[in-house]
Write a new protein. Sequence first.
Length: 591
Amino acid sequence: MTDTSLSPRRLILGIAALWALAATVLLAVAYSRIAPLEMWDPDDYLRLQQVRDWLGGQSFFDVTQYRIDPPHGVPMHWSRIVDLPIAGLILLLQPLLGGASAERVAASAVPLITFAGTLSAVALATARLAGRRAALLAATLAATAPMILFHVLPMRIDHHGWQTALGLFAVAACFDRRPLRGGTMGGIVTALWLAISLEALPAAAAIALLLALRCLCWGETERLRAFAAAFGGASLLLFAGFHGRAGWGQYWCDAVSPAWFGPLIVTPITAAIGLRIATRRGVGARIAALVLAGALGVALLAATAPACLAGPFATLDPVSRHFWYDNVLEGLPVWRQPADNAAMLIGFPLVGLLGTLAAWRSARTSAEARNWLTMAAILAAAFAVALLVQRAGGFAHGCALPGTAWLLARLLGAIDRWRRMPARVVASATAFLALSPIGAVAAGVLVVDRTAPATNAAKATAPVHYCFAPCTSLDPLARLPRSTILTGLDLTPRLLIATPHSYAGSGHHRDPQAIRRVILAFTQPPEVARRIMATHGMAYLLIDPTGTETNLYAGASHDGLAARLLRGEVPAWLEPVPLEGSTLRLWRRRS
């Protein structure tokens, strides 16, 4: 099949059919979780709770979780942008299905919508680089990429799926044949990407830097100027639209706030103005304009919020970092991952980089070569970020798809010329499997199996996996009078959804004092927990005896509260409270 035989309409229909098939499979995978509202991660539960609070009357501009560490609560760093489609579907379906069913449908549908966006972005970027046939192959490969699929499973309503989709749309905009349209759309999408999560900052900065290099090396000033103007303007409008008056005075480092106005608004707008002035004054003037704009933004950041230069987690105390942050796999580098995770993270981007460089070497025009070289640089940057932070792996795998699809299209084209049909079928299937993310995972598993002793030793020191949704009834706990409960950090989001109670803390870094209190309560002698509970008005203490978090605390100190409770050594100031039908264990604090 030649590229011209695949019309735009057939490409769209092919992607739609592919999405429908993949969505059906994902629904089947997640089916058992939908009815009991069992999500994949604590952040998914807390996202739903954030939507519930808003629909229940909490201000649109207030994303504080008041039932965590009451009475002041935890000010979350999450944007309402991700809440909008979830809340919209709930409001639309609630009159027809009732509140509970509407929530389940929304939590199932929204991730699949983001998956449609990811497939579309991958196909658009690949079509602009390699043609429509390769675009369909890239979308097909995307539907087999575990690091992309995990973030779009039904009930996975955190923001990571949105990050991957928007990031890939930003990449596609870099290769739009119309510089003004591509720059404008790229700037808007990148601003939206960052407004959802500042985790995208390294990748967004890499894209902006590459556009700047194209401007300086090949004179593509119009694209960069449009990108900068749209990015700066959209960043300002998004902040104004999703933050109330109080937000303009809160200098947070972990989300778009006035602390970041320098790099995210002043720098791009200044760059757009400077480039317009320097357009006819040569490369030196353009360099001066860009350097001045960048220096101005960094200077404003350093002057207004110098703490942000160290990152959002720099202020975590050693206890919180050791027991909580260092056990969150998605935030750890590749060398802190289990061997199978590391193999999955590394394998496919290397295949994509090989294909991208091969496409660059085979380019027939200078413009085509520039585009493939830019794609290789974007992939290299995304891969580097993913090696440092595992949650960036989905975007890195997405960036690997165009080059892999180009390579696969070339292989399939050569195989199509073979005379024997059985050989063509076997060879085509083998080529697809070998170059797909599934093939990279299979290769990684083989490597892990061959190094089993080393892998087992690594697992002894690897971060633990927490039980986020205990497989037990929470109804007895929900029927108790409303109280504040001391329990594990990772259980809290699930319990917020299922019960009316408030909780001591959760694994969300804007309340480091609460995180530290919870850890100390379980790892120190019982009197520490008694003082904490009395000081903060906590009436109950709850543990999951089979949960990994409880056992982590118990293993930290033989004399700590968690270890004593697991051994049955209950302090006299705790009174057992039976929870019929539940494996959780609850105690009431005696006055």
